[in-house]
Design a binder for this molecule. Structure first.
Ligand SMILES: [Zn+2]
Length: 326
């Protein structure tokens, strides 16, 4: 068996640097993790693809968290998928869910673009590193663009780091079963010399009229790196036969690419009976009373993992009141 850490196999984030271009980044490959996550929800294919892309992006961005903490990507928009939430809990856990309108989804085109399914609204990315750090949130307007373009906007606005992101999702059929894979690549221009950093202080507003996509001050290294990223095809991001390391080598070998140790990623929800009870405190006793079903129990289903919590109303009230369960 090959060493997944060296090869950049499935369910792994591989950080890398191309020092000659002042470029750093991460590549991610999601296999069993994204397949299990999507299988829990049994979404229609079009929704599964959007969730897969969102997960690849969230893992790419969240895996930069150095401490314990959470990176959350959330959309609220007016398209057939009107809400989507992906949580990445450092160091390695991902979970997600989407809300969609099946009728409107059926009316969408045959192979709808992500932007078409999201529609108009907002994409919020929140970094929460616990009580000792302030919470950070960046918001990007969704106006029909997909996650790649939204991520570019996010880095332009919030962090002012020239960034390119590629995302892809693939569906496979084998032995009568459908499965999913997802992959992504994040490349950022992070100049190490102050001189270069000054030159690269890009502001799209500085571009002369008619030169919207080209800034005259843009660094040659970044122009080169971006051009290389443009050559990445979707299948290269998801093909189990093309490891992340091989892809990085193909892109950057002429400049010398250093690939660092990978971090594994797994699909896991962290809901628990305790967390569900803590969440129930946010409702009034009257509201909780209305949640009692015909069977005399309170049933709560976790939207992320579909785990059902079956609670006894009297025990629930006692725990909320701070009494020990009997
Ligand atoms: Zn859960």
């Amino acid at each position: 068996m090959s060493d997944a850490r060296l090869e950049g196999g499935d369910d792994l984030v591989l950080p890398f640097a191309v020092e000659a271009l002042d470029v750093r980044g991460r590549a991610v490959r999601l296999g069993a993790s994204i397949d299990q996550l999507l299988a829990r929800h049994a979404y229609p294919d079009a929704v599964a693809r959007v969730v897969g892309e969102a997960c690849a992006l969230t893992v790419l961005l969240g895996s930069s968290l150095k401490f314990e903490g959470r990176f959350q990507l959330q959309t609220k928009s007016d398209g057939p998928i009107d809400m989507l939430v992906v949580d990445f809990d450092a160091p390695d856990r991902v979970r997600a869910y989407a809300r969609f309108d099946a009728e409107r989804l059926a009316e969408a085109s045959a192979n709808p673009r992500t932007g078409e399914l999201l529609g108009t609204g907002i994409l919020a990315m929140t970094i929460d590193q616990g009580a000792d750090f302030s919470r950070y949130q960046g918001v990007v307007a969704l106006e029909g663009q997909g996650f790649e373009e939204a991520a570019h906007q996010y880095f332009r606005q919030s962090e002012q780091i020239p960034t390119r992101v590629r995302l892809a999702v693939a569906e496979e059929f084998s032995e009568g079963r459908r499965s999913y894979r997802a992959g992504g690549l994040l490349v950022q221009f992070l100049p190490t010399s102050p001189e270069r950093a000054r030159q690269a202080d890009l502001d799209p507003g500085d571009a002369p009229e008619g030169h919207v996509s080209y800034s005259p001050g843009e660094d040659d290294s970044w122009v080169e790196a971006k051009a290389l990223v443009e050559t990445v095809e979707d299948h290269e991001l998801v093909d189990p036969g093309v490891s992340s390391e091989r892809l990085l080598y193909r892109l950057f070998h002429e400049r010398g690419v250093r690939v660092f140790d990978g971090h594994s990623v797994r699909e896991e929800c962290h809901c628990s009976r305790e967390r569900i009870i803590a969440m129930m405190r946010n409702f009034s006793a009257d509201d909780r009373n209305h949640m009692i079903g015909e069977n005399g129990r309170v049933g709560v289903t976790c939207e992320f993992c579909s785990q059902v919590y079956d609670l006894d109303p009297a025990e629930l009230e006692a725990e909320i009141a701070g009494e020990r369960p009997s």
